[in-house]
Write a protein that binds this ligand. Structure first.
Ligand SMILES: *Cc1c(COP(=O)(O)O)cnc(C)c1O
Length: 396
């Protein structure tokens, strides 16, 4: 395929991409090869916590690149130590293992749970996960995921991931047996369509885990680092998980992930876990910059204010056009269209002129919004107004 000055045939085909090459970004805005600007409500897939090219990340990368890029994961380095201290002091967890992607952090969580089962539960290894969940694209995390069709595309699956239904505690209890070691879930299913777990369900899982001596693992790859209006989503459910994974927002656009666990769960022996880039100072320095920005006074209040603005605006649209409402937490929200116009709206929003708007439809009947956490009230308002016009045009 060729367009403009670009021949993109050297890239492996893995998804349908529009004929756009992005060349720069600033805050909530992206610019393509032709100089067209786009208001970005995808933000690297809920990754760019502080928007595109934020000064905090530029400064951290610049300073760290001049200081130390990688001494080897077999040695301690300063940003690694300091970020681990920040994460543990702000959560219920005691120790951190850094990784490079959400899938890798989740693989680590699964390995840790299986190891814990070997040490403490007679080799129990099954981890109950959920229909429509998403935990990553390695073979094991695909097996853990409940995406329709994923059980067969790279068969055989890694075994040991029975699937229950979100917000149905009986469906979880029915799957518990002697070989069960953990329950793993996203506090808000992201890729599945922004479906929050209920408070009652989360607390029920904690009780069930305690009753059967199971670990409770929260995959906060998408919900963590302020996205839902608290630093971590689990904090809004009144529960204490045993293991948590972070990625996406923790690096603010840079590849950084983390596996966190409470002390009594940290059963890895030397050699069980590692990785060449894990905990490298360049990325952990970025993690510190993001952490300090998100935990600065007033930041999460801003996320909640913009989250309410988004929620109110979506509800108004929903009422105006007879849609099915909205759902989500903080700045991870979805509009339930009630029709399958999602992809058409996404395309029209992107292609409008002079300025485009980037949205995502995780399902045809749903639009997902994952702006920068520091998105301005004006940009939020502008997005909602544009959406109104687009819906008026496309859904009628
Ligand atoms: C994106 C995502 C992952 C996978 O993270 P990668 O960095 O793409 O490997 C895992 N879990 C959840 C909940 C996610 O949203």
């Amino acid at each position: 395929m060729e367009f403009g000055q670009f021949n993109v045939n050297a890239l492996m085909e893995i998804t349908q991409r529009p004929e756009i090459v992005f060349v720069r970004g600033q805050g909530s805005w992206l610019e393509d090869h032709a100089g067209k600007r786009y208001l970005d409500f995808i933000q690297g897939w809920a990754v760019n916590t502080l928007g595109h090219c934020p000064p905090e990340i530029i400064a951290a990368l610049d300073k760290q690149a001049r200081t130390l890029i990688n001494p080897s994961p077999a040695f301690y380095n300063q940003p690694m130590v300091e970020l681990a201290e920040r994460l543990t002091s702000a959560s219920c967890f005691d120790r951190v293992f850094f990784a490079n992607s959400g899938a890798e952090a989740n693989e680590g969580a699964i390995k840790l749970a299986r190891k814990w089962g070997q040490v403490n539960k007679n080799g129990a290894f099954k981890i109950i996960t959920f229909d429509h969940s998403f935990h990553g694209r390695t073979l094991t995390t695909m097996s853990a995921s409940g995406k329709p069709g994923w059980s067969t595309i790279f068969a055989p699956q890694v075994e040991g991931f029975p699937k229950a239904d979100l917000n149905d505690i009986a469906s979880v209890e029915a799957l518990v047996d002697d070989q069960t070691v953990a329950i793993m879930l996203e506090p808000v299913q992201g890729e599945g369509g922004v479906i929050p777990a209920t408070q009652e369900f989360m607390q029920g899982l904690r009780q069930l885990a305690d009753k059967h001596k199971l670990l409770l693992i929260v995959d906060e790859v998408q919900t963590g680092m302020g996205r839902t209006g608290s630093l971590f989503a689990y904090q809004q459910f009144g529960i204490t998980p045993d293991i948590m994974t972070l990625a996406k927002g923790i690096g603010g656009g840079a590849p950084l992930a983390a596996l966190l666990a409470r002390q009594d769960v940290c059963v890895f022996k030397h050699g069980d876990q590692g990785g060449t880039y894990n905990g490298n100072p360049l990325m952990t320095a970025v993690g510190i910059a993001v952490f300090d920005a998100v935990t600065a006074p007033g930041f999460l209040e801003g996320v909640n204010a913009r989250g309410k603005q988004l929620s109110d605006g979506l509800l108004q649209l929903s009422e105006k056009y007879g849609m099915k409402g909205e759902r989500g937490m903080g700045l991870l929200r979805a509009l339930k269209l009630g029709t399958d116009h999602g992809p058409a709206i996404v395309e029209a929003a992107r292609d409008q002129n002079p300025e485009g708007l980037l949205l995502n439809a995780p399902r045809p009947n749903l639009l997902r919004f994952m702006p920068a956490l520091n998105v301005s009230a004006e940009d939020m308002d502008s997005m909602l107004k544009q959406l109104d016009v687009l819906v008026e045009r496309i859904c009628k």
